[in-house]
Design a protein around this ligand. Sequence first.
Ligand code: ATP
Ligand code: MG
Length: 436
Amino acid sequence: MSEKLQAVKGMNDLLPPDSARWEWFEETVRALMRRYGYANIRTPIVEPTPLFVRGLGEVTDIVEKEMYSFADKLNGDELTLRPEGTAGVVRAVVQHNLLYEGGKRLFYVGPMFRHERPQKGRYRQFHQVGVEAMGFAGPDVDAEVILMARSLWRDLGLTDVRLELNSLGQPDERRAHRAALIAHFEAHADVLDEEAKRRLHSNPLRILDTKNPAMQAVVEAAPKLMDFLGEVSLKHFDSVRAVLDAVGQPYRINPRLVRGMDYYNLTVFEWVTDRLGAQGTVCGGGRYDGLIEQIGGKAAPAVGWGLGVERVLALLEESGVQVPALVPDAYAIVPDAAALAAATVTAELLRAQGLKVVLHAGGKDGPGSMKSQFKKADASGARYALVFGADELAQGMVAVKPLRAEAGAAPAPQRLLALAEAARWAAELHPAGATA
Ligand code: ATP
Ligand code: MG
């Protein structure tokens, strides 16, 4: 035997039955997107490296240390596995001139790659769902995307997620704040850690994001960006808040919420939970009115968010949310190879009616004993066994045996049903139409 190969560290296989949770989650997401009028967009996983350097900003965690970048072996092009979804969507929107006839509401689902230290809720390949509303300048759309996330929590049955909100204003307002911030931190240079010192003149806003307990006091006392916002920015923020208030969505204004990417302006927000330890941010986003132009498009406003799928699924698990199990409706038992044709015809008929039917798979020497087949039927979780016995088949019938009894009740008796009428009784074996 050759040496076993392993998956890359921090990149996970997703196996059944867990994959069923993912499918259920993704279906819930797609239904939500349809309700809000968001269309799916799929962009490549590999993009030119300059897209992220230009789009996210050079002094960000992602660009400084987290990107999987490499040179194309054939032509030397600098390429990167996408670390987030927004830059690629913006590139595609600009490249295909999607905004020429007005705004676009888009969503994506897919893997992202960041070279981080793997730990619970933090992986090197992880997955995001994201929405991007492009070409809309008003605060109504900021509120819309925030409320989409709220709807998703409701659809998933999650209650422990709260909203944090801030405004980053406009670049000129940020410049004034930045000068005040640098002066403040320079006055307290003795408590700054290495990272903060490094960021002091490149990206001082990110110092507010620090998790270093020794710096909390000086960060708390730092000048607040909100105090530097002009009338227009404040009005935008107030309008977002007014919608949230109108629908009864509570939020906390967090002046230290600055987000990781340089591209944000005005509204920024995060949905956070206390149930996942340090990796408590499940969804983050905001407005990015400057990015489209920065990536070479005609200037257009935009707002969106990205959500960490692994974290949301961990939260579902942590919260004890039951996900509908993907069990077959029926498992077809084939006592003898001679019954295979009839069993296949009936299984196909039932599947065409929307039933989930697993047909017993035999080995080289035939289908195997009834006992082992019933064991497999039971283990599959199926609600019924269909037994294609020779005597029944001779009369054009199949035996339908309930495998699951109601709690405390005796299992329902087996019934004989006509093969020719399978399309008619199919509905009875369906959970919604079940009577037996
Ligand atoms: P963090 O502060 O936790 O590093 P971030 O600000 O880097 O998060 P974003 O770039 O805003 O994260 O990505 C949006 C969401 O994607 C996060 O809120 C989180 O739920 C998820 N996410 C980010 N990085 C990872 C990762 N390495 N593994 C799993 N999920 C992640
Ligand atoms: Mg990060």
